[in-house]
Design a binder for this molecule. Structure first.
Ligand SMILES: [Zn+2]
Length: 390
């Protein structure tokens, strides 16, 4: 018998997960201490192995698949379903096992607990959430919260570098899902993310003509001067009111100070709120013309992630989560952010997406990355409550 989702049920989940805190932390620690920066095939295999070992012990898990990702390692797809009849309309949980922290980060910043905070490379984004997701699946069956729908947990291994191979999997599962819960870190104060900007990455390479800077500069065409002009033009595309940001974050160019530079290049990051703006940015940047016609411009790149827009479906799913949080005794806020996640790919398919469901903490991608130990059970109870409400 499926239990009513009363306040007391939610409290039961909270008590259950609180009793499992040390178990969640043991797996989290094992994951953090197995470094897995994007592109580290060996690290990816090792963290997936740890997760599989844990998933095998969960009674409701019906299938565990490792999916090869050349050059990155492997993605992991776990299906669980007590009483779920078919896979149509599954609740999809998505996350990632890769981190931005290179090997050796752990030696510099080992696992450390202090004042209720637990530090470690990749703990907040998002190894603790990978461990918690498994415990949430287990709690659903342990407490007879039999969700009406199958749960699919998809953990990819290349999210931090743009999901070159994970994207298709995310889209494949999101298309079939009734909703998508994204295990990315929450924003300050535990806020979930109901809108995310889309992102694009471009490279502009300028090919000029080299010449002696003192003897015959007129025979040269400076790629650096051209690039400087292009950067002014690109940055003029920034439009805070419209939510457009354009940033040239990296430049290279030239050989010596007494040579007119033959080559220079720039790496460009763009962010936007709407698909229309995405198209405009892409067309404008890829269609750039040189100021000095002797210089050739070579433009590459494109839109990487579409925006996650706060559609009615997103708002309705947020409402479900807010109600569960209220029954657990806390206010769940929402926020719109500039950073993109795999939730963006799902949202572009017009599925209900709620992002930023991870454990509270701070310092994603930074040296002070940590989670709040007291939030583990609460966040898990929130996730379980949402799953059981759908
Ligand atoms: Zn992440």
């Amino acid at each position: 018998m499926k239990r009513e989702l009363s306040k007391s049920t939610n409290d039961d989940v909270l008590v259950f997960l609180e009793s499992r805190r040390s178990k969640v932390l043991a797996l989290t620690r094992a994951l953090v201490e197995t470094e897995s920066p994007s592109g580290d095939v060996e690290g990816s295999h090792a963290v997936v192995e740890l997760l599989i070992e844990a998933a095998r012990k969960i009674g409701s898990v019906t299938s565990i698949e490792r999916i090869e990702s050349p050059g990155y390692g492997e993605h992991l797809r776990i299906r669980a379903g007590v009483g779920a009849q078919d896979e149509s309309g599954a609740v999809l949980l998505i996350g990632h096992t890769d981190t931005v922290h290179p090997r050796g980060s752990l030696a510099e910043r080992p696992w450390r607990e202090q004042d209720g905070r637990i530090y470690g490379p990749g703990i907040f984004d998002m190894k603790a959430n990978c461990a918690l997701a498994l415990e949430v699946i287990e709690s659903c069956s342990a407490l007879d919260l039999a969700p009406r729908h199958q749960i699919v947990l998809l953990l990819t291994c290349d999210e931090e570098t743009g999901s070159m191979t994970g994207r298709a999997l995310v889209e494949e599962e999101a298309r079939k899902a009734r909703c998508v819960l994204v295990l990315e870190p929450s924003a300050a104060g535990g806020l979930v993310k109901t809108a995310r900007k889309g992102t694009g990455m471009f490279t502009l390479a300028a090919q000029g003509i080299a010449a002696h800077a003192g003897l015959e500069p007129e025979k040269g065409a400076s790629a650096i001067l051209e690039l400087a002009r292009q950067i002014e033009r690109l940055h003029a595309m920034n439009d805070p009111a419209r939510g457009i940001t354009v940033n040239v974050g990296v430049i290279h160019g030239g050989t010596r100070s007494n040579v007119v530079a033959a080559e220079a290049s720039a790496e460009i990051d763009v962010r936007f709120n709407t698909s229309d703006d995405a198209r405009w940015l892409e067309e404008t940047i890829l269609g750039s013309n040189p100021f000095d016609e002797r210089v050739k411009l070579n433009l590459s790149g494109g839109i990487n992630r579409p925006p996650l827009e706060r559609t009615e479906k997103v708002a309705a799913l947020y409402e479900v989560a807010r109600n569960v949080a209220a029954r657990l005794g806390f206010e769940l806020g929402e926020i719109s952010v500039g950073g993109a996640s795999d939730g963006n790919f799902a949202a572009a398919l017009d599925v209900a997406v709620l992002d930023g469901l991870g454990i509270s903490g701070d310092g994603a991608h930074a040296t002070h990355e940590h989670i709040m130990a007291d939030d583990i059970a609460r966040r898990g109870a929130l996730l379980a409550g949402i799953i059981a409400s759908l």
